[in-house]
Design a protein around this ligand. Sequence first.
Ligand SMILES: [Zn+2]
Length: 216
Amino acid sequence: MRFVFLGLPGAGKGTQARILSERLDIPALSTGDTLRQAVQDGTPVGIEARTYMDRGEYVPDGVMVHMVEERLQEPDATKGFILDGFPRTVPQARALEEALGHDATPLDAVLQFRISDGIAIRRIVGRYTCPVCKRTYHQEWRPPASDMACDVDGAQLEKRNDEDALTVKRRLAVYRDQSEPLEAFYAERELLRSVDATAPLTDVSERMFEALRDLL
Ligand SMILES: [Zn+2]
């Protein structure tokens, strides 16, 4: 099974990808995580990507396509995968289609998780991560027991520097410009399925499984 997950940042698609990943025993490939790792490791792709991310802009197609194609060739992705955060543009979608076409392994479905801009901003701004155990917190919905310290290991929590309100608004605007043609691209191929992601996490999971019922 091969899936692409679409949706605004903050739509919770990363969480839903992990849930589906466990159910189907296929990897959930977050391009965001892969990119951040590359940036942190200071690889050539990472250094190039960083100049864009620091400005709150997306990394160019060529860099992303190269990174994803390499990742899909790893052994764990041979029986399927969930792509979260890629493709973001029609050229990226075409590059993916071509890459999968070489192996005669087309996508099974593209799941679109829908939320409003307002909800996206509220969910993203205020999010903190523990640098040690990677647990995430939210100042409004899931605050740590003691101020700015991880409940598990006491480490000082960090805010991702690409998550202040202004940067988030710019990301959403860029996303919207790119997502409409992308959704049309997949709708044309009869792959697009829509899930309302405004509800709590467990309800969204149920809707996701419902939307994929004929495939699972
Ligand atoms: Zn921790």
